[in-house]
Structure formats: C-alpha cells, structure tokens
Write a protein that binds this ligand. Structure first.
Ligand code: BES
Ligand code: MN
Ligand code: MN
Length: 452
C-alpha cells in the first residue's frame, strides 16, 4: 500500500523537493536572510498540506524553528522528527557542474546544495507522514521540529529546547541527517563526534611591510602561524595540546573489532578521493580515525597577498579557522579552553595572538538496545533486505546530546545519505533511490515502533 502510494506520487514528491532546493537558504550568509525565511514558510506549508493538526514558525533571535504536530491519541507514543532547512554556502561556485540552486537529475541523482544535507533527507519524513495520513496508517503521534541554523551551530535551538520542554514532549527523536555505508550495506549511525571550532589571529608589525626592506628582520605572521599550526600534531599524527586526550574513552579490543567489521575498502576510498595515501593517527584504522578518535584540522587560512601575480609583502596579520572533532567523553568547552591556553603559550614574543571560539557541540552515542533502535533495524531489514550495521560517523549534530540532556530523549539516526554525496562540497547530490526507499523505511519504522 505504502509502496504504491510512494510510486504513484513520486514525481510530485520530487517536484516539491525541487521547489525547496531552489530556495537558497544559506544561514551563514546574511544576504540570504529572506531566502532562509522563505524556506521556513515553505516547510510549514508542506507540513500543513501533509496533514498536521497545526504548524507554526517559532521565532528565535535568529531564524525560526518550524514546529508541527499530529496527535492522534495522547496515550500513544510520540516521535519527534528533527531536521534542518538551512544549507551550507555553495562556494566555490565555479566548481559546480550545474548551478547549486537549480536542481537537476543526472544518473538517478539530484544535484543541488541541500539535496542530501538536509532538505532531501528531512523532506522524506514529511512525505512519509503524508503517505501514512492519506492511507490512515499513522500508528503514533508525530512532532516535527525543523530548524534553520544547524549549519551555523544551532545557537538558538538550545534555548528553544530548554524553554519548550512540554511542547517537545516525546518518546524518541528521529533524525535523517547522516550517511549510510552504501546502497548494498544499510547502516544506522550510533555515534557522532562533537566539535570545537576556533578562529585564530596572529599579528606582527602594525602594517604590511615591504618584504625586501623588512624581510628577515621582522617576524612574518604567516610564517609564524604556519609553524604554530604544524606543531599541533606530532610525528604519530597525535594532537599535541596538553590534556587533549585525557577524557577520551578508549574502546575495548572487542568493540574495535566490531567497528572494523563494517565493510570498507581502502582502495575504493583512496580512489574516490583521488589520493595516493591516507594519513592519520598511528595505530588506528580509517573507520576508527573518523569514528572514535578526536582530531584537529585547519578549515581555512588567510593573510597577505592572494590576488593575481606577485606582490612583495610581509603581512601584518595571518588568520586561520581550526576545528577539533571530539569523541566521548571530551567536553567541548574544556577542549576550547585547552586549545586557547596552549595556542597562546606557543606564540613567540615577536607576534600577538588572539584566539576566539566560534561554536561547538558535544559528541553523542546513541543506544542500540532501545525499542526505537530495534524498530529502525526492523525497518531497514524490511525495505533493504539486510540488517543495518551500526556505525560511528565523523560529523557532528550538536543537538543530539542536548536532546538527551534537556529532554532525556534518545535519538535514532536513520540517515540515507552516502559519504560520496559531496555534502558541503560543490556538486552535492542525493540518490532518488535513497530518497524513495528512505520514505518507505521511515513509514516502516513507525509501524514497528508502534508495536514494540
Ligand atoms: N548533517 C551534517 C552532519 C553529519 C554529516 C553527520 C554526515 C554525520 C555524517 C550536519 O549538517 C553538519 O554539517 N554539521 C556540522 C556541525 C555544525 C555545528 C556546523 C559539521 O559536522 O561540520
Ligand atoms: Mn545536516
Ligand atoms: Mn551540514
């Protein structure tokens, strides 16, 4: 029944998703302020037509949170669906094969910014809900909470959650904003890394100098910053910040063996990324390096002359954006502080260093022995013909740990993206098959969840 409904309506589902993808809801860029709001309005409207009792835009200091609910019977369990309608900036624009906000289908995939992260994924939930409503097959209560600031750190969502505990009362959180291993190997994410995101500024002389007249006699902030950054890793690929690993939970041998049972081809991995060799913390596999180990990476670095041709200049300033991915039981505020202290302590006297924390979030591990996980597992078996493999993902969704802390709720991370979908990169895409089978899997989750 559900299957028939999905295939009979799939063209309309895709048309609607395309309309949403055409809205450039880039939360990081204030020039898109109106577009981000437009996306919120769009989502609210679609919730209404899908059949919620009520939907509203809950205003925050930033972008609104779209909230909608369908309560069929207060004695039945309630599923709270979370997603985000904002997207990452599309830059660098010239690397897109087709414009980021003009979705097209190529080889069975939808190409557009947000197609996978997260518009394509949360929209599956609205369509799954619509299908269950139309077929009178919704077996429990549903709440939707779709926010517009995930890609910039969800600052206002935390406050919203704390202030609206009864509105958000539910039994489980359901999120599709992660990846599965492959179409042949469905998986459920059971761990997400946390994040500490820093910006640093190194200042040398009070103005840009002629690099011939002064070069060699005055500290060059870019040279200094490069050295400081290079010193943040040792020869074993470990982060050198004192105390960085103190709270890291080491997995048991059995747990590590389990994690490494997930299908993974190093050759395919290297080939897909166009690299000849991998690099990371010694003593850990690639799955461990991204799943259970903390890291430090420069996300951007600038300073001096970067225009066309050569300009001989010894710059006054150099800057970098540095992120650290965290694992249990690291605490983002503590890591932020350790970084700040250490980075200031390694600064030579010839420069001044400023460190700012941009945003962060705690890591999360979700249970595999809960009724909701069991239902999700059943749903994957039913639709994909295989038991899903539990995986630890390297990305972050800071709100997951907050849901646990503030609402006492566990999350099921039922993601249908693929690592190769190029989220945050040019040519982001999402498989139509993932989209349609995802809708079916979600409906199957509700069926099984209402039975356990
Ligand atoms: N959906 C991603 C997180 C993700 C992607 C988790 C793939 C697991 C697998 C989310 O939209 C995201 O990009 N989060 C940011 C953090 C946020 C605080 C800006 C991230 O991970 O960089
Ligand atoms: Mn996302
Ligand atoms: Mn993202």
């Amino acid at each position: 029944m559900i299957k028939e409904y999905i295939s009979a309506n799939q063209q309309r589902f895709l048309d609607e998703l395309f309309d949403l993808l055409r809205i450039p809801s880039v939360s990081a860029d204030s020039r898109h302020k109106n577009d981000v709001r437009k996306a919120a309005e769009f989502v609210k409207e679609k919730l209404v037509t899908a059949g919620v009792d009520k939907a509203e835009l809950c205003e925050t200091k930033g972008y609104p949170i779209v909230f909608g609910e369908k309560i069929i019977d207060a004695t039945l369990p309630t599923v709270l669906v979370y997603g985000h309608y904002d997207v990452q900036p599309p830059d660098p624009l010239d690397l897109w094969n087709s414009p980021a906000f003009e979705p097209v289908i190529k080889d069975g995939k939808i190409y557009a910014r947000g197609s996978c992260d997260d518009k394509g994924q949360f929209y599956m939930h609205i369509k799954a809900f619509e299908a269950m409503m139309k077929l009178k097959a919704l077996p429990c209560n549903v709440k939707f909470m779709i926010e517009g600031e995930e890609e910039v750190g969800s600052d206002n969502l935390g406050t919203f959650v704390k202030e609206n505990k009864s509105k958000l009362k539910a039994d489980v959180i359901l999120i599709s904003d992660t990846a599965m291993i492959s179409l042949d190997h469905p998986s459920i994410t059971v761990g997400l890394r946390g994040l500490s995101y820093m910006e640093v500024e190194v200042t040398g002389p009070n103005r840009d100098l002629h690099s011939g007249v002064y070069g060699g006699a005055v500290a060059n902030p870019i040279n200094v910053l490069s050295q400081m950054i290079a010193s943040l890793h040792d020869e074993n690929g470990r982060v050198t910040i004192p105390g960085f690993y103190d709270k890291v939970v080491e997995l048991t041998v059995a747990q590590r063996e389990d994690l490494n049972k997930a299908p993974f081809s190093l050759d395919a991995y290297k080939k897909e990324l166009g690299i000849d060799e991998i690099k990371g913390e010694n003593g850990y596999t690639t799955l461990e390096r991204t799943g259970i180990r903390p890291t430090l990476d420069v996300n951007g670095i600038w300073g001096g002359y970067t225009g066309e041709g050569a300009k001989t200049v010894l710059p006054s300033k150099a800057n970098a954006k540095i992120s650290m991915r965290l694992v249990p039981n690291q605490v983002n505020e503590e890591i932020t502080e350790l970084f700040t202290k250490h980075f200031l302590s390694i600064a030579p006297k010839s420069v001044k260093v400023k460190v700012t924390a941009l945003h962060g979030g705690q890591p999360a591990v979700t249970p595999t022995d809960s009724p909701a996980f069991y239902a999700a597992s059943k749903a994957f078996q039913e639709v994909w013909g295989k038991s899903p493999i539990p995986t630890r993902d390297g990305g972050s969704i800071p709100i997951v740990s907050l849901f646990k802390k503030e609402l006492g709720l566990d999350t099921v991370l039922m993601g249908f993206g693929l690592d190769s979908d190029a989220i945050h990169s040019p040519n982001e895409h999402y498989g139509i098959k993932n989209f349609l089978m995802g809708i079916e899997t979600i409906t199957s989750f509700y069926k099984h969840y209402s039975k356990v």
